[in-house]
Design a binder for this molecule. Sequence first.
Ligand SMILES: [Zn+2]
Length: 171
Amino acid sequence: MAVLKVLQYPDEILKEKCILIKKIDSQINQLIDDMIESLQSFPGCVGIAAPQIGSSVQLIGLDVGGHKKTTISHGLVVLLNPVIRMQEGEIISREGCLSLPDYTGNVKRAVKIRVCAQNRLGQPIEIQTEGFEAIVLQHEIDHLNGILFVDRIISLKTDLFRRKFYKKQEK
Ligand SMILES: [Zn+2]
């Protein structure tokens, strides 16, 4: 296992649509292990997508357990080829991203979602969740389509914030 370097905007890989994982071979298993280790190595990190660590395949990992905004948590979740099957409601919240470390932004997301995917054994799984976990899932699935949270911001003037400034305001 290894903690991999996180690619940052404007790296081209972050803009690509990731390919479907058809076979879970040793390479994919290694990538999953590295992704989990990378996710757990960054303090406060709740989610990561394979393209962020340089692999343009449809794979994400998340763990919102223990985060102050969490209402529902499925613990550590690894999803291959995730697809959003249902979404409901609308919520605007402040998001950040390892690939854009200096910024946060206000992004509109669905409140509740249901996602179909495969687990690391290739078995079909379905996750229904809401609130912060649903927001993180939508953010990570966006990465697989080459979309960053800044692409979803309505106004770069009023909805994008420098992180330092944001932290100062929070005190
Ligand atoms: Zn991100």
